[in-house]
Design a protein around this ligand. Structure first.
Ligand code: ZN
Ligand code: ZN
Length: 175
């Protein structure tokens, strides 16, 4: 990372910290490192543990609870989007656009980013505007059954749970 990039990252993290301060959250060095790690990994959709590992490479004393609590606060204030891709844990990201779209297969859990996001944003923005609202940044997660699963005859109404080391994977909203 160049010196300019590092300064830019600092400046952007500063904006988030200041916004948090206005919401009554304390500014801490640990929070700054967590926000910087989120900014550095924007678009990666990290889970809390992956984010913690990146933060710990800079300060090994930052624990999982601190990372997770900070993510929750940032999520509540709308600075961070969280989404469950059917893995049984959340992934987090700082939104790059006003809106961001995912489609998730309810059968196999595959996630795809939808094309032509900008054009769809215009439609949703206008639609929400008709109700007198202004859109805030958010991730939309739509559910479907992917082509592969349809060809294999996956049912349209039931998520097929897959076994993992932690037991049954949670797919869809009904388990
Ligand atoms: Zn995404
Ligand atoms: Zn599928």
């Amino acid at each position: 990372m160049t010196e300019t990039d590092r300064k830019d990252l600092r400046r952007r993290a500063e904006e988030y910290l200041e916004a948090l301060r206005l919401k009554g959250c304390r500014r801490t060095e640990q929070r700054r490192l967590i926000i910087e790690a989120l900014l550095e990994n924007q678009g990666q959709h990290l889970n809390a543990r992956e984010l913690m590992e990146r933060v710990q490479s800079k300060d090994p004393t930052i624990g999982f609870a601190t990372v997770y609590r900070t993510l929750l606060v940032l999520g509540e204030t709308g600075f961070v989007h969280s989404f469950d891709q059917g893995e049984g844990f959340a992934r987090f990201d700082i939104p790059q656009e006003t809106m961001h779209f995912h489609v998730l297969c309810r059968s196999c859990g595959k996630m795809v980013h939808l094309e032509d996001e900008a054009a769809k944003q215009e439609i949703v923005t206008a639609w929400i505007g008709e109700a007198g609202f202004r859109i805030v940044p958010q991730t939309f997660q739509l559910y479907g059954i992917c082509q592969e699963c349809r060809e294999k005859g996956a049912p349209m109404n039931e998520a097929a749970g897959a076994e993992t080391c932690c037991g049954r994977r949670r797919l869809g909203w009904n388990r």
